[in-house]
Design a protein. Sequence first.
Length: 271
Amino acid sequence: MARARPSPADKLIKPGRIRAVLTTLGREIAQDLIPVDTTLPPEPELEARFGVGRGVVREAIKTLAAKGLVSVRPRHGTQVLPRHEWSLLDRDVLSWLVGQDEPDRDLLLAIQEVRSIIEPAAAALAAERATRNDRWRIDTALAAMQTAKDQASALAADKAFHLAILDATHNPVLQGFRSAIDTILSTVFTVAVGSPGGWFKDNLPNHVAAARAIESANPEKARAAMERLLGYTRLKLSNRKTVIAAATRNGSAVRAARTSSVKSRRKRRGP
């Protein structure tokens, strides 16, 4: 009797399960829930934990290894590697590192340093090489930033602006960073646009200056404008880190004071 062929729905299940296992393990490693030098549980334990087959677990581990998070060696198991081995410009790895709650400010500042290396040079090259269509894309994105009514549209327009400048360099190596820059921008812009104390609108004049410098084919002005734009973001991230740290300390002090007050009242009342 011939075996029935798997349905299209069945084919979709396995990639979804691989993704679920990959994302969970990736986040746990990135958030140090599974520390460096730790050996992951053996395959049967992971199969039982996630309710999947051996093939799903092996594919997820293979992908983690390709991203530099783990090494797989016979008789040694799967071991978590130090962070300097990780592919930090990989979209998944960056998103796992940033996490879903309050982003790691030190990581955001490190990301901002990478932008400061790449984007001012890209703006200068764009001023030299941008075509009419490139300038139209930059101006269209800028106009969308200026008229954005909500967080989603503001973030999309801001990303489109920076990626249009990257594309306008017409440098295939720089354009190879497009996916990584896209992820970096999403990470930083989520804070700049969506969080309390965001600075999206305050930085618009620097975006305008960069666009006008590119339009006028002035590389030095374009580089300087992008440096100011990124410098403003870096300053805000640094200040935000200080504010968050102070708020955390103040919150801890308030909680400690409340606890002390409650204990004092209980002592006065007696048992």
